[in-house]
Unconditional design. Structure first.
Length: 255
């Protein structure tokens, strides 16, 4: 069955999306029940604690997912782009037994969002075992991500957390150029602080220090990583070798 949207066509061709696992009848059901919405930048798609009534899928654009922590501030747990993970289900952990969203989702760029009623998603899970298995794996990944953030926030120094965040962002959102890896993310200093788990003043000081040491070059919201190997060392060894290998492969394919 043909789809009238280029975004849905990507769902069937990208192996990274769970919708690639749908059978022809499941795909037809999906097309009949999904609807699209164009959402401007800096819009709230859903808030932590709000009832879950629909599944949100990111078809185009960039969003941030954040949670509230004990002192009333927010912690960004993930930046997600459609290029990185097409047709990703947002806040997937809340689509199971939970009746409320476990995090807040805000668009950072103009986005195209596909909606699927929660009952329609449940129908697909019951009748499409491969699709349901992929969703379960995604839920597990999101849980591990949250646990990792909690662990890092409680055990790692702030400068290490910043370096590790920059390495991860380079892997998923960086653009390789001759002078380094470009990170042109629409994040202000408050959001950088929420990403690392510190204050705006501290993250500004640390970014300035990395610039002084010629690891980064910062201009407004744009960051150029000019010494990725040094940044990787500052991030520590745990899990970062895999990041480096992934980035090198990504770099060769894009340059």
């Amino acid at each position: 069955m043909l789809c009238d949207s280029p975004y849905c066509e990507r769902c069937t061709t990208e192996e990274r999306t769970p919708f690639a696992e749908l059978s022809s009848s499941g795909w037809a059901f999906f097309l009949q029940n999904r609807r699209f919405q164009s959402v401007p930048a800096r819009s709230i798609l859903f808030q932590e604690g709000a009832p879950v009534t629909t599944a949100h899928m990111l078809c185009q654009g960039l969003v941030k997912l954040s949670v509230r922590i004990h002192n009333g501030t927010s912690r960004i747990v993930r930046l997600l782009s459609a290029e990185q993970a097409p047709c990703s289900l947002l806040d997937i952990g809340s689509l199971g037994v939970h009746a409320a969203h476990s995090m807040t989702c805000e668009t950072l760029a103009p986005c195209q969002i596909a909606h699927l009623d929660r009952q329609a998603l449940a129908w697909l899970q019951e009748r499409e075992p491969k699709f349901a298995s992929t969703l379960l794996n995604s839920m597990s990944l999101e849980t591990r991500l949250l646990v990792q953030h909690v662990h890092e926030a409680s055990t790692e120094p702030i400068d290490v957390r910043l370096a590790r965040s920059l390495v991860r962002l380079a892997r998923h959102h960086g653009v390789p150029l001759e002078q380094g890896i470009s990170l042109a993310l629409p994040l202000n200093r408050r959001e950088w602080a929420e990403l690392v788990g510190t204050t705006r003043e501290t993250v500004s000081r640390l970014l300035s220090d990395l610039s002084r040491r010629r690891v980064l070059a910062c201009q407004g919201k744009h960051i150029m990583i000019v010494a990725f190997d040094r940044l990787q060392k500052l991030a520590g060894d745990r899990g970062e070798r895999a990041v480096a290998r992934s980035w090198r492969g990504h770099q060769h394919t894009r340059m």
